[in-house]
Design a protein around this ligand. Sequence first.
Ligand code: NAD
Ligand code: MG
Ligand code: MG
Length: 341
Amino acid sequence: MTTINMLYDKDAELSIIQGMKVAVIGYGSQGHAHALNLRDTGVSVTVGLRAGSSSGAKAEKAGLAVAPVSEAVDGADLVMLLVPDELQAKVYYSEVEPNLKQGATLAFAHGFNIHFQCIEPRADLDVVMVAPKGPGHTVRSNYQQGGGVPALIAVHSDAGSRARDIALSYACAIGAGTAGIIETSFREEVETDLFGEQAVLCGGLAELILAGFETLVEAGYSPEMAYFECLHETKLIIDLIYEGGLANMNYSISNTAEYGGYLTGPKVIDAGVRERMREALGRIQRGEFAREFVQECESGQLVMKAIRRRQREHPVEQVGEHLRAMMPWIAQQRLVDRDVN
Ligand code: NAD
Ligand code: MG
Ligand code: MG
């Protein structure tokens, strides 16, 4: 096993980012978290949004300065581009680059557009990445609790010779220096991020939940039972794993559950799964996934919208809505409140 050099708050100079004017473009999942965490760390922030954006009111209500993208970029020392990946090239070429001052820093939270060359930034710019390894809502909530979410930093171009220090300073300002920061490359971040979200976190986990739920319901068990067993409890188990690894989970669960898991887990998640994971990684590395996603976006995201609609109608979502309404304490500390973030 190779070990990597982890960086923390003590390794960074927070004053670098505190001395810069930052424009955060977009106020979605990552945008609201970066803007608010930077502001609370004493950084001067303006949120750049398109005219008539519904996020503008949320940002203003949170006490942030809001401006059209071109105005937010004008005079900024660092621009963090946090609009959806599929819109970044359009926003960059039409509103960011023409207004961005010489020698400024252009920052990303994901390397997609740089690595797959959808954006080729002006040569005078520093181009960096600060990519939190967690959802934006958690980037905000962990910061508010005095912590943070781990992050990757990378430098694509270093025109001013301090790109790395700027990225590190920014990462600490959003809280990542409490959790750990890893220096990487745009390529490595993109390939591991796409793989993780597709095979394990978002795609893999969702399909595991659906497969378990459907198996129980098909066998005649009630959807409510299946919901608690296959969806609700994933959170309880993940909390144990997150806190202390697999051994921590196995310590807490019964011996029956532990033995059954050892026996059956590898039969369900078998060599075939690993083979298909390698295929998924290969598609990402060869740029095939990126080409497909860009095409899907150019043709109006029809596939994505259809699947989103179909999934909303799935019994696990229907029964889940009903059961969660009976557990109002879940909503009391919600990470996602669509009226606010
Ligand atoms: P999002 O979809 O949640 O939010 C996008 C924001 O951009 C919205 O506020 C939207 O109003 C705004 N916007 C849309 N079009 C715009 C335009 N033309 N001009 C100005 N603003 C516009 O996006 P997100 O999920 O936060 O993703 C942003 C970046 O962060 C992406 O590069 C993504 O890969 C990366 N990232 C996201 C997460 C996450 O937790 N969602 C995690 C790590 C990295
Ligand atoms: Mg991602
Ligand atoms: Mg049990």
